[in-house]
Design a protein around this ligand. Sequence first.
Ligand SMILES: [Fe+2]
Ligand SMILES: [Fe+2]
Length: 157
Amino acid sequence: MAKPQIYDVLHREHEEVSELFHQLEEAKGAEALELFARLKQKLVPHSRAEEAVVYPRLLEESNTADTTREGIEEHKQVDKLLAELDAMTPDNEVWQAKIKVLADMVGHHVDEEEGELFPRAKQVVSDQEAEQLVDEYARERDSFVEDIRLEQRDAAE
Ligand SMILES: [Fe+2]
Ligand SMILES: [Fe+2]
């Protein structure tokens, strides 16, 4: 079997995020809050590790630089909405609306990564490099997961 490439890992995580959004759009109260925490724990480390490991490489190539810059701006928009949701609870009358907008935003971003950025990246990044990026990405992501876990633990105390 071929070794996984960075695109395979990112794709799998995109699917996990999308599944969490489906559940979150239906959820209310404590369940919604719990799902939102799980969503952040998936989505934020994913974005930070893309920014730390994947995007810098793609900014070096004229074939992928513009789409990458767009991606970075989209991450910022997503972060803003996450912060707004962080400041409220699911009983707020705009919670559901913000979750929907966030889901649309992330869905659009993922479509652009998978439909435009990754196909372009495959033209300029060798298969071997795309395999090597997996370990580097996973290391970054896991350190962000740990940061968030500690933050959430401190917040709960
Ligand atoms: Fe992504
Ligand atoms: Fe992304």
